[in-house]
Design a protein around this ligand. Structure first.
Ligand code: AMP
Length: 615
């Protein structure tokens, strides 16, 4: 067991919650700064009464204030909050006081454009200090940020801007990846074309190769003109802090809404007591601000905990396979958060790049986002954990914003298992009819009661929020299949719905299918996920083309064109690895595509029960 860990004993922490859940959350909330106290810890309705839940009722708080002023008042103003590195060679560090000044300048800049509490601001920025400052600035003035991963294509971006009704879009004109300059501004320009409600586009000009267009203003110029003072707006614990879109089973992404109070309490609690962070820790998450991990454990968590973090823009294997390890050595990184896909990439490069650098500072490596295959976990434990660092898995999702299941650093890691439920998280594994499944058997993973750090609704679509809750299944339905062993460890095996997980990112089959249908040569399409040695899953599309079934060279050209089409519409993360042309798609008599059959065909497996197949 590691010495000095906050939570040496999972069982004791769990018991403290079980003994009195209200007192547990009350104490967790008291660790933060509140402008006014709450009168009641929670109010929870079951699925029958709208599945609503509110936390810290009547309490007034601000997420950004808790990241910045609270730590500066505790004497951490001169501590480095961010060490930024970009693969293009840029490097800069900011102390907590400097971050407060920068965030305040951006907040004043937003105000100068008339942005106020409750307005939606879409952020399409790469992982840069400016991206983080912009998110914090929105939270500071009570504006609701909706960060869209700067890599998502123009149609997908436009859909998110429209759904949120954003008054402003803030972007960078470029990002750097694998030695290339990637033009982001053109994507934004295509996305906002004709959207009259977007009043301004603020552009962080890193390349500045062309003059600014209509509605566009220079981010840095506006920010530099502002005062570095801007006190945080008082928000209610239940006021929305941000929207983050994620894929579901329809073509329309879901705008998951998180709030200031419960979110801050949960992220802070788990940053300290699960991620075990102390103020002298150097944290590094290799995620991006476009994902939930980048919200909770880049933009907010490390600054809620008052530690130092490394933020790096660029590919983890560029300019060479040792870059991650060289940065760990340079900044003496103590806790790292990455995804199994990254570990598989490190594994491919072999142990040599690791061995060239001093990674003795590393005490824990956390992995999340997709099933952590035992082979990768064992490789990481052997080569990355050889100086004593624990390698542990944790499971959560955009909707929950912080871990639901995890292996604690002081717990024995069980390869293939994510770990045990976090205190406050009550889970069940059930059959589709809601009956309990015995240990060792797979079933649907359900959370019996809400936690303060989970979503409050789906933006503009309360019915879709309600659809997560099932009285029959006994609570919030995660959409995942899981299995529990006799000792209470849980393995999350994969999705139970038509959502894929490619390199740790969720992609709805319906989104890719809709994108394919916008191509003039496509009549029908179906998308499935197949196992991939690096990305966990890859996307394979089956397409019925207009006219006769393409073959030979025609098929090859159309396949290439469709891959490019999806890439241009949704972005590179959604692009199929392969397109197969078929004369028709297998469907049930009610017209539902049987993706299971397509998948079995590709994998050369038995197709199983086909009694509902029409043809
Ligand atoms: P996202 O909302 O994009 O973060 O994706 C969440 C989904 O990723 C979950 O519903 C799971 O399907 C999967 N996932 C996340 N973490 C894990 C994990 N540790 N083990 C297995 N699956 C995971």
């Amino acid at each position: 067991m590691r010495s000095g860990a906050f939570v040496a004993d999972y069982d004791a922490w769990h018991r403290s919650w079980a003994a009195d859940p209200h007192a547990f959350w009350d104490a967790a909330a008291r660790e933060l700064d509140w402008f006014a106290p709450w009168s009641q810890v929670s109010e929870i309705h079951g699925p029958d009464q709208g599945a609503g839940h509110r936390w810290f009722i009547g309490g007034k708080i601000n997420l950004s204030h808790n990241c910045l002023e609270r730590n500066i008042e505790r004497g951490l103003g001169e501590r480095v909050a961010l060490h930024f590195e970009s693969e293009n060679g840029a490097a800069r560090s900011f102390t907590y006081s400097e971050v407060l000044h920068e965030v305040s300048r951006v907040a004043n800049c937003l105000k100068s454009f008339g942005i106020t509490k409750g307005d939606r601001v879409v952020v399409y920025m790469p992982l840069t200090p400016q991206g983080i400052f912009t998110m914090q600035a929105c939270a500071r003035i009570g504006a609701i940020h909706s960060v869209v991963y700067a890599g998502i294509g123009p149609d997908a971006l436009r859909q998110r801007i429209e759904d949120a009704g954003a008054r402003m879009v803030i972007c960078a004109d470029a990002t750097y990846r694998r030695g290339k300059v990637i033009d982001l501004l053109s994507i934004v320009e295509r996305a906002v074309q004709g959207l009259g409600f977007v009043e301004n586009v603020l552009v962080h000009r890193r390349e500045a190769v062309r003059p600014l267009g209509q509605r566009q203003s220079d981010f840095e110029q506006c920010v530099r003109r502002q005062s570095p003072q801007c006190s945080a707006v008082v928000t209610d614990a239940e006021d929305p802090a941000f929207i983050l879109y994620t894929s579901g089973t329809s073509g329309k992404p879901k705008g998951v809404v998180h709030v200031h109070g419960g979110y801050a309490v949960g992220v802070h609690l788990l940053m300290r007591h699960y991620y075990d962070t102390r103020e002298n820790d150097v944290w590094w998450s290799t995620s991006d601000i476009g994902w939930i991990v980048g919200h909770s454990y880049i933009c907010y968590g490390p600054m809620l905990a008052g530690c130092t973090q490394v933020v790096r823009e660029g590919a983890p294997d560029w300019p060479d396979a040792g870059v991650v390890w060289s940065l760990i050595a340079k900044y003496r990184v103590s806790t790292m958060f990455t995804a199994p896909t990254a570990v598989r990439m490190f594994m491919r490069a072999g142990p040599e790049p690791v061995e060239k650098h001093d990674i003795t500072s590393l005490r824990v490596l956390y992995c999340a986002g997709e099933p952590f295959n035992p082979e990768a976990q064992e490789w990481a434990a052997r080569h990355l954990g050889k100086h004593g660092a624990a390698v542990v898995d944790n499971y959560w999702q955009t909707e929950i914003a912080s871990p639901m299941i995890g292996t604690f650093p002081a717990m024995t890691a069980r390869p293939g298992f994510a770990g045990k439920p976090m205190p406050g998280v009550e889970l069940d594994i059930v059959t589709p009819e809601g009956a309990a499944v015995p240990d060792g058997k797979g079933g649907l993973l359900v959370m019996k009661k809400p936690v303060p750090y989970m979503m409050r609704t789906i933006w503009g679509d309360p019915a879709r929020y309600l659809a997560y809750w099932s009285r029959m299944l006994g609570g919030y339905v995660t959409g995942d299949i899981a299995v529990r062993d006799a000792e209470g460890y849980i393995a999350v095996l994969g999705r139970s719905d038509d959502v894929l997980n490619v390199a740790g990112h969720r992609i709805g089959t319906a989104e890719v299918e809709s994108a394919l249908l916008t191509h003039p040569a496509v009549v029908e399409s179906a998308v499935v996920g197949l196992p991939d040695a690096l990305k966990g899953e890859c996307i394979v599309a089956f397409v019925v083309a207009k006219g006769s079934e393409p073959v030979g060279r025609v098929a090859e050209d159309l396949e290439a064109a469709l891959i490019v089409h999806v890439r241009d519409t949704l972005g590179p993360i959604a692009q199929p690895s392969k397109v197969t042309f078929v004369a028709s798609l297998p469907k049930t008599r009610s017209g539902k595509i049987m993706r299971r059959l397509l998948k079995a065909r590709e994998l050369g497996q038995e197709v199983g029960d086909i009694s509902t197949l029409e043809d």
